[in-house]
Ligand binder design. Structure first.
Ligand code: DNO
Length: 390
């Protein structure tokens, strides 16, 4: 596998020079200056690519070329948006960039309730508290009927929490779930001066009543529209699994388990329609046997996110150290090394440690924590390659 690292562009506090020093070979980035739906001009792609190459690496993966909401819910403007999406893909192809990660999650990308959860050793990690998540849905977003989506014991805990939760804790939940985790991925939530919660409700409105089957048809429509340009320029589209792998806020999600992935790969049976194997996202669902899924889907995997969660009682999960989670990452390295396509791999998230907390990195994208994880994974790769020689 190729050692890659996500870079958020010139404003990222982790510089290309820092990445080069720790052994990164390929850069994963996007033209973050453009909002979803805007065209990525050829000369801007080239400028970013040249900057990366001047630092001694290559631009391996685009993460992400964001799919506009209207494409996902099938709005009137979707064909115009798709035309522009294809044009951006062609521009990437002309520059020799062949791997494009995207997601098809309605409105919200990844969900955590705590971005600085202390571990016993003093480092900080990302955490998902099921009761606080349900609290946000039922009491802050106040989504009609939300309580029907949670088991009775969770609803009871939400009611108990409602008696003790402080205003500051509520504000922290809004800031974490809506502002901090989403903001740096696709830019800040659009719209007026409305509060984040109001903006969020407005973004969710077009999905009201949209079934999983309809969302699937919209994904198929998207894939059929982009496949011709992908075939022409050998661009491998790789969808990111849902994080966490379950429907949220009453909206369907399409990449939660092995059956979903089977559907996706069969819906458009083309090598260019592939997967970002995000082991971390998949590992947050107790229903997923992540190693078995890697074995099954490796031939259509074009990009690997190598990390793992641990599942806790009551539906919580925590992002675990790379050597200590529920998924055997060494086995995943074996599986993806066997693919023999030098698959780009990034360690995805890392712990916040040794002063990372003072710098203000994007949540999950610390420097020291990810560097430690990369060192650990690099050791796994070397050991696995040596097994092959034995
Ligand atoms: C979070 C990331 C996701 C991912 C997008 C890809 O850390 O893994 O935001 O980049 O879902 O479209």
């Amino acid at each position: 596998m190729e050692k890659t690292w996500r870079w958020f562009g010139p404003s990222d506090k982790v510089t290309l020079e820092m990445m080069r020093q720790i052994g990164v070979e390929g850069v994963v980035t996007a033209l973050h200056q453009y909002a979803p739906g805007e065209l990525w001009p050829l000369e801007e792609i080239r400028a970013t690519q040249q900057r990366i190459e001047a630092a001694g690496m290559r631009w391996s993966v685009v993460e992400s070329l964001p799919v506009s909401e209207a494409i996902k819910y099938g709005g009137a403007e979707r064909d115009a948006l798709l035309e522009r999406y294809c044009q951006s893909l062609e521009n990437l192809g002309r520059c020799g960039i062949h791997t494009v990660c995207y997601n098809f999650m309605p409105v919200i990308d990844w969900v955590r309730t705590d971005l600085e959860r202390p571990l016993p050793d003093g480092t900080l990690t990302l955490y998902f508290d099921y009761v606080r998540f349900a609290y946000f849905d039922m009491k802050i977003l106040a989504r009609p009927g939300a309580e029907k989506d949670f088991p009775p014991e969770i609803v009871a805990k939400v009611e108990a929490l409602d008696k003790t939760i402080t205003e500051a804790e509520k504000a922290q939940l809004v800031d974490t779930i809506i502002t901090k985790t989403q903001g740096f991925v696709n830019g800040p939530l659009g719209g007026s001066e409305a509060s984040p919660v109001e903006k969020f409700r407005a973004l969710m409105a077009p999905y009201a009543g949209l079934s999983k089957a309809q969302l699937r048809e919209n994904l198929r429509y998207f894939l059929e529209a982009v496949m011709p340009v992908c075939r022409k320029w050998d661009i491998r589209m790789c969808i990111h699994p849902d994080d966490p792998p379950m429907p949220v806020f009453g909206m369907p999600r399409l990449v939660c388990d092995a059956d979903d992935i089977r559907w996706l790969l069969a819906a458009v049976d083309d090598f260019h329609n592939g997967l970002t194997f995000c082991a971390g996202s998949l590992s947050a669902g107790a229903h997923n046997d992540v190693v078995a899924m890697a074995r099954e889907f490796a031939p259509r995997t074009h990009f690997v996110h190598l990390r793992t969660c641990n599942l806790l009682p009551g539906g919580d999960f925590v992002e675990a150290p790379h050597t200590d989670g529920r998924v055997d990452l060494v086995e995943l390295v074996r599986i993806f090394e066997c693919e023999d396509r030098n698959l780009p791999m990034r360690v995805d998230h890392g712990k916040t440690m040794l002063g990372d907390e003072r710098i203000g990195y994007n949540p999950g994208y610390s420097f020291h924590g990810r560097m430690l994880a990369l060192g650990q994974v690099e050791g796994m790769i070397v050991a696995v390659r040596n097994e092959g020689m034995a």
